[in-house]
Ligand binder design. Structure first.
Ligand code: ZN
Length: 403
């Protein structure tokens, strides 16, 4: 009975957190859990690669179809042009024949007054001659009339063909347009696969680093991470400003004007100082758990986690660092310089338009309370809640004075 209840409970517990917030998936308890998570990422990576390949093949196929449609349109166009030329020639022939008929008539008329035609025929000496004369003129006009009729029929036929070719051309153009739309959407798919791939690669790299770090710290596969790293995570009294002197340049929670990502909400506090080569310090005693390097948005980012004496746990992140002075697994104190402030225009960082530190504070510990560094976002809090900063724009001259 107990066993049954237990398994029902387990199923229930397994289901719920997955459904609610993926980031908060059951607390990673052991190093083995993290390793399994890493394997899942590697499988995702493989699947992503396959999707990319498949999409590329579809794109090639679409390109071929577009090229074929193009070719068919050219062929139809040439045929239309040829038919029109033929119609033109036929029209010329018709008017030629018509003027020939007119000329024959004129000849008889002009040769001897208005009644020349009749005179010509009636001028026949014999009845046979009369028949002959009449036949000649009739044959000539009949022959030409027959030709004109033939030409007209041919023109009609050509017009019909032109019309058919015209609608075929329209069909082909429509098909070509649809193919172009398909191609664009495949391109968009491919781009998003490539973007995903980059972030999956980054997660894989960071997880591999973290696993190596925890192993170095003495964690075994079945060890719970927070227990085997406890000694290494020096408790800290509180968190301090990461710059010796500086001022707040952007508050937390406002629409972010410092990036090109419109509508994004600023999930950090931005701080800066006049010195472009200023060291950035760890906000408090802690452990460097992850480092993202050379990100197009954020450049070098250091993640440090802290356990306060009160038992509260936080992760702090320092964005746009021009240089990083620590390694993953380093135990730092609040006086350890962890990097050099960057974000200046020459730092090639899409998300910074001036030297500053984008200082993030999130609750919880990486791989213990949350799995993904990239989705630490949902745990961000206003840094002012745990670190003392003077009002916006007001300068501070040391890290300890309270404002
Ligand atoms: Zn910022």
């Amino acid at each position: 009975m107990f066993k049954k209840l237990f398994s029902i409970l387990t199923i229930f517990l397994l289901l719920i957190p997955h459904v609610i917030i993926p980031d908060m998936v059951v607390k990673a308890e052991t190093l083995g859990d993290v390793e399994r998570e890493l394997e899942k990422y590697k499988a995702d990576y493989q699947a992503n690669k396959e999707m990319q390949q498949q999409t590329k093949e579809e794109m090639q196929d679409t390109q071929n179809k577009i090229a074929k449609a193009n070719n068919d349109i050219v062929v139809a166009n040439n045929e239309i042009i040829a038919l029109q030329k033929e119609i033109e020639d036929l029209n010329k022939e018709i008017s030629k024949k018509e003027s020939e008929i007119k000329e024959i008539m004129n000849f008889f008329q002009k040769s001897n007054g208005e009644s020349a035609y009749l005179e010509y025929m009636f001028g026949a000496k014999t009845f046979t001659d009369f028949i002959y004369r009449m036949a000649i003129s009739e044959q000539m006009t009949d022959y030409n009339k027959r030709l004109i009729k033939e030409y007209e029929e041919k023109i009609e036929e050509n017009n019909k063909k032109t019309e058919e070719l015209g609608s075929r051309k329209t069909e082909l153009q429509k098909m070509q347009q649809n193919l172009e739309v398909l191609y664009k959407s495949l391109q968009t798919d491919l781009n998003s696969y490539i973007e995903d791939q980059v972030s999956i690669e980054e997660e894989i790299r960071m997880k591999e680093d973290a696993i190596a770090m925890y192993k170095e710290m003495g964690c075994q596969t079945d060890d719970e991470i927070d227990i085997c790293t406890r000694e290494k995570l020096p408790p800290t009294t509180e968190l301090f400003r990461p710059l010796v002197s500086g001022y707040v340049t952007q508050e937390f929670g406002r629409p972010d004007s410092s990036t090109s990502y419109l509508y994004s909400i600023h999930g950090a506090i931005d701080i800066s100082t006049y010195d472009n080569n200023t060291p950035v310090y760890a906000a408090g005693n802690g452990l460097v758990v992850a480092i993202s390097r050379n990100q197009s948005c954020g450049n070098n980012i250091v993640y440090i986690q802290h356990v306060l004496y009160s038992g509260e746990t936080y992760t702090t992140a320092y964005w746009h660092l021009r240089r990083v002075l620590v390694d993953e697994g380093d135990v730092v104190t609040k006086d350890t310089p962890i990097g050099i402030m960057g974000g200046a225009y020459y730092d090639y960082d899409e998300c910074a338009m001036g030297a500053h530190v984008h200082f993030v504070v999130a609750t919880g510990l990486y791989l213990q309370d949350y799995y993904y560094i990239s989705t630490l976002n949902s745990r961000r809090i206003n840094p002012r809640m745990v670190v003392n900063f003077p009002d916006y724009g007001v300068e501070w001259e040391d890290r300890l004075t309270k404002y």
